[in-house]
Each structure stands twice: as C-alpha cells, then as structure tokens.
Design a protein around this ligand. Structure first.
Ligand code: SF4
Length: 81
C-alpha cells in the first residue's frame, strides 16, 4: 500500500483518482486505508494519486509492503475478477 506524508496540503485532488475509494480526509491530512490500496494494480500502470499530488506527499508504506501478486489479489477481493 501507499501512504500520505505530513507534506500533504489537504488539497483533495487524490481522492477522486483512487479506483478503490481508499483515500479520505483525516483529522489533519488525507489518509490512505491500506486495506483498500492496491497501488492501482489492476487498473493503471502507475498509482494515480501519486500522479496528481502537487507536493509529492504519497510514498510507499513500509509497514504495508506488498508484491504485485498480493496487490492484484487484493484488487480481485475488492472488485471481483
Ligand atoms: Fe494531500 Fe497530495 Fe492528496 Fe492533495 S493530492 S490531498 S496534497 S496527498
């Protein structure tokens, strides 16, 4: 999964780009639900939130590191085949 750092300026641009509805507004900054983040595997070649974030605040979450197969399995679990 990916995570949002303290660099987030809460612009909200990433929310609608996520195909998994994994991003929401937190108390201070926006947050990614790691249970829903597939890093856009199954949808796009690149994570769409990373593409749109104006301050490069979205990075790999080292506490939720997954390989391609695991991310694809999560995508199928969330959306079906
Ligand atoms: Fe924060 Fe970047 Fe998302 Fe904007 S696009 S809300 S700055 S993480």
């Amino acid at each position: 999964a990916l995570m949002i750092t303290d660099d987030c300026i809460s612009c909200g641009a990433c929310v609608s780009e996520c195909p998994n509805n994994a991003i929401s507004e937190g108390d201070l900054i926006y947050e990614i639900n790691p249970d829903r983040c597939t890093e856009c595997v199954g949808f796009f070649d690149e994570p769409q939130c990373v593409e749109v974030c104006p301050v490069d605040a979205i990075i790999p979450d080292s506490d939720h590191s997954e390989n391609h197969d695991e991310l694809l399995a999560k995508k199928k679990q969330l959306h079906g085949e």
